[in-house]
Design a protein around this ligand. Structure first.
Ligand code: TXA
Ligand code: MG
Length: 322
């Protein structure tokens, strides 16, 4: 059915067990009603995603939280009240009824309220939580506009709901609040600093989250081209070296003087401001891929604020390939 703006049509498709790609402030999601194991199974087929990778349940407001979660702590409520709607996913012990397909067989469930008017209206009309991973093929770059979704998934989804470009541009922060102390499993749109300011204490960032967040394996968020991380001062030298080696090189850089580079190097200038960089990052990686380069060189931002999430995604994109 392609791309459309009809929220009621999208809601009806979801209620009937169909798949709808929908906009959020982070990235576009590929949704199915979360209370139906059969509907959720289709997400895994379309994404070619391993069935053990759990999904995030998107709800319209925090009043729906206890339909999915049990033992919501005082600190978890503090975070929900401070950051929802917004790019923070919280992991709780689950209600027994949550379908196995949503949780990947874990005893926990991930929940968030997205901060996007179209998503919120959709969720209100569906009336039940919507399970959704990012609406891209497994392990590839997440989509930040409807066109990205159409390129990746095309007619494999029942409807793509238009909602403009995602304003955060990078996935939600995932915080596990199911144990005695909160643990950050994935940096994202809400900074570690902001969470700590709300809680009044420091939280742990799990570096090797393989077992805690199965979707967090190396080589996630990867464009087709190889990604190489280089210190900012060495981007130009590295580009020249790689060109000499016969590579088709793209550079993701801020404030690099293009005149000093051979014309065959494809330079994608990105914002210096970290919020702007996060917003543009995935579209930039996609456009470098489309330009036909086989190597993208980039440098990491300061790992503070949203820079921590950008650094995480670029590091994963540069990860080992099998
Ligand atoms: O911003 C976002 O979070 C986007 C939008 C669509 O909401 N969604 C998203 O979904 O990024 P996805 O599936 O690409 O990433 C969700 C991550 C996965 O890495 C998964 O392993 C983790 O959440 N996750 C989900 N449930 C979990 C659980 N119970 N325990 C640990 N990790 C969980
Ligand atoms: Mg994803």
């Amino acid at each position: 059915m392609g791309i459309g703006q009809d929220i009621s049509t999208a809601a009806a498709i979801l209620r009937n067990g169909g798949l709808v790609a929908f906009p959020t402030e982070t990235v576009y999601g590929l949704g199915a009603r979360a209370d139906s194991g059969a509907a959720v199974r289709r997400i895994f087929e379309v994404k070619a995603r391993p069935s053990t990778h759990p999904l995030i349940v998107h709800i319209a407001d925090s009043q729906q939280l206890e339909f999915w979660a049990v033992h919501v702590s005082t600190d978890a409520w503090k975070l929900a009240n401070a950051f929802w709607p917004g790019p923070l996913t919280l992991i709780f012990k689950r209600q027994p009824e949550v379908p196995l397909e949503v949780t990947g067989g874990l005893g926990t469930v991930a929940v968030r309220v997205p901060n996007h008017p179209v998503a919120l209206q959709l969720l209100r009309e569906v009336g039940v939580g919507v399970a959704a991973p990012s609406a891209n093929r497994f392990s590839e770059v997440s989509p930040t506009c409807s066109e990205h979704v159409e390129n990746d998934l095309g007619d494999r989804v029942d409807y793509i709901l238009e909602g403009g470009s995602s304003v955060v541009g990078i996935e939600s922060t995932i915080l596990d609040v199911s144990g005695s102390a909160p643990v950050m499993l994935r940096p994202g749109g809400v900074s570690k600093e902001a969470i700590e300011a709300t809680l009044g204490y420091e939280i742990v960032l799990l570096e090797k989250s393989e077992t805690r967040a199965p979707g967090q394996h190396a080589l996630h968020y990867a464009p087709r081209a190889e990604v190489k991380l280089i210190a900012p001062g060495n981007l130009r030298t590295e580009a020249l070296l790689q060109v000499a080696l016969g590579r088709r090189v793209g550079i993701l850089a801020h404030g690099l003087s293009v005149e000093e580079l051979p014309p065959m190097v494809f330079v994608h200038t990105v914002a210096g401001d970290p919020d702007d960089l996060a917003r543009e990052l995935y579209a930039a990686l996609r456009s470098l891929d489309a330009s036909g380069v086989d190597l993208i060189i980039a440098s990491l931002p300061e790992p503070a604020g949203i820079g921590l999430a950008i650094a995480d995604r670029l590091t994963k994109a540069a990860g080992p390939r099998s």
